[in-house]
Design a binder for this molecule. Structure first.
Ligand code: DC
Length: 230
């Protein structure tokens, strides 16, 4: 008997709370969490380290055959990324790495290179997968699609708190500038731009606390797939 796999796709702009919420929902339902942004970040880091301009489509495409990108999960359930065997989970989290990720993610060859890796994860497990094109391109058959959003101000404040906690000296103005640029780049690109799938449920977390946001997504999952064992 084959077990039924469930897939929850969560898309939205940066700072909407996707990864924190997706991770919590996955833990509650016993699904794996796949952070696809981390995979794009790893390609961005490879470009940075190879001194390749991340907007140079041919240059970045030429790097791809030499990249061995894998991920696994740490004891606390966090996703760890490996680039050619090296754990780069921390190195991909800087503001510079965010800009590189956004730039390389606009290159169709990069998106094609990463597609199967993302789809394979959903073949073997029930997943909560977050990104920009999960409901539209990666898992168009996902049983539940959520477009998670929040105002620019709310998103920037949350991102700033994360960066400050890590000792990053960015200011709110820096974060707003970076976020506006990245939103613009992610929504205006030709290849798989950030947009809500036609059948996505839009969840605006601007005025919700984190526990409320997690509960809202869990409620939607329960409506769609039923309860999980406690
Ligand atoms: O979610 P994040 O901030 O870690 O993502 C980093 C960049 O990767 C983001 O600016 C856009 C890109 N991305 C993408 O194009 N498609 C995805 N499914 C996930 C991320």
């Amino acid at each position: 008997m084959t077990e039924k796999r469930c897939a929850i796709a969560i898309d939205g702009p940066s700072g909407a709370g996707k990864s924190t919420i997706a991770k919590a929902v996955a833990a509650r339902r016993g699904y794996i969490y796949v952070d696809t942004g981390a995979i794009y970040r790893t390609v961005g880091l490879a470009a940075r380290r190879g001194s390749v301009d991340p907007h140079d489509a041919a240059g970045v495409a030429a790097l791809l055959p030499g990249l061995d990108i894998r991920f696994d999960y740490g004891p606390d359930g966090s996703q760890r990324m490996y680039l050619n065997g090296e754990d780069v989970s921390a190195a991909i989290r800087t503001p510079e790495a965010s800009m590189y990720a956004s730039a390389v993610s606009a290159i169709p060859a990069v998106r094609a290179f990463l597609l199967d890796m993302q789809r394979d994860a959903a073949k073997t497990h029930s997943v909560v997968m977050d990104g920009r094109d999960i409901g539209t391109v990666v898992l168009p058959q996902a049983g539940l699609k959520i477009f998670l959003t929040a105002s620019l101000e709310a998103r920037a404040k949350r991102r700033l708190a994360e960066l400050t906690a890590k000792g990053d000296p960015s200011t709110l103005a820096d974060v707003i500038t970076d976020m506006t640029r990245r939103d613009e780049q992610d929504t205006s690109r030709a290849a798989a731009p950030l947009k809500a799938a036609a059948d996505a449920v839009v969840v605006d977390t601007s005025d919700m606390t984190l526990p409320q946001s997690i509960q809202a997504v869990c409620d939607l999952a329960e409506e769609r797939f039923g309860r999980t064992e406690p």
